[in-house]
Design a protein around this ligand. Sequence first.
Ligand code: HSE
Length: 434
Amino acid sequence: VIMGKNIGIGILGLGHVGKGTLDIINKNQFFIEQEISPNKIKIVGLADLDINRKPKSEKYNTVFTTSAQQVIDHPEAQIIVEAIGGEYPAYNLIKKALEAGKHVVTPNKEVVAKHGYELLRIAHQNQVQFLFETSVGSAIPILGVISNILTSCPLDEISGILNGTTNYILDLMFEQNITQQEALIKAQEMGYAEADPSKDVMGIDALYKIFILSSLGFRTRLTLDKIHYSGITNIEHEDIELTKKLGYRIKLLAIAKKKGDCLDIRVEPMLVDQNNFLTNIHGADNGIILYGESYGELFFSGAGAGGIAGGSMIVSDIVRIVRQPQYFEHDYLLQDSEGLQVQSFDEEENSYFVRIQQQTKQVGSDKIEKILEQNELLVEKFAKTNSKNNELNIGILTALLKEDKLKKVINGIEKQSKEIKILNFMKRYKNSSK
Ligand code: HSE
């Protein structure tokens, strides 16, 4: 594509992010055009199936259509922004646009995680760019940093909070004592949640993001279905209260660690101590820690969800394409085979939070401590609270042990005693550099 004086942009999907993109272009047109001078930006097409999303202003309502295909086919459209979300039809539309020789910018982590390698290959064949900075960390320019700046030494670990919705929900549960359901409704009202919010609360959105970060950060092709993930749906008020008493906060973390040719990648809720950088990532913000031997620890944080945050990075990708329209080579992503192997590092020892609930009023905390002792579960810290129905809930922090061992102990305890029940367990987070 030869860039003309007017760079034609088509936007597919006018939800939070599509609208945010349009708002940023409107608000910062002068600044953006300085960045791409002497070129100018021109919106040539806006598509959404929902006619109510047609912009009010005359400048834009004339280019509005309900047909995405029509925007892709527009002869002046050089860059297509796909902001529909979800796998289909977004994937097909991106593919069509790339095959038609148009650059594509998307925040769509699902499509990038599931089809990114194929789409990059198509972009390569058509000598256009396929950019997705917004897909991870919204306003945090993390993909650009790991791909284009951190090029002098390999990374050993990438960890962080990658889903704004769940971080916002956990914050509300911690501070305002409201239920997960109520908190989710607020997150939806704020425009943070996915159209299908189970993707957020089940850890799937964070899974897509850590997959993308790991593939780019460790310079390797990976397979999505090998990655372990779990979400926050089983976290109850008592877990929040007990971990608070123990001096921790629960955060949904995504962690990828490299050892030799292997990667351990996982998404799961963990306990983070009060002094950790990630504890202070609040609301829908995201926080990312990169660790590499020569870089040491690098921290990034910023808005991880929301239309304006997303729109700002989408426009940055547009500027990048205008400045450098040639396809950017990522050789390792175009190879057919996986580089590093994904497997869990089972030999690692961790400290775990375990929540135990009294099943009959006869057993008190003394008896519970005794049962733990008999089962050789070493306790570092201990807290208790009563649940709504007035059952006693105990939260312990174990000494270091392997997860296998913990599961065996939990099994043993549940077989031995009908008087208590283990309701939840979670790892305590530690950085690999510590
Ligand atoms: N639902 C996503 C989140 C939006 O909450 O992080 C940003 O990717």
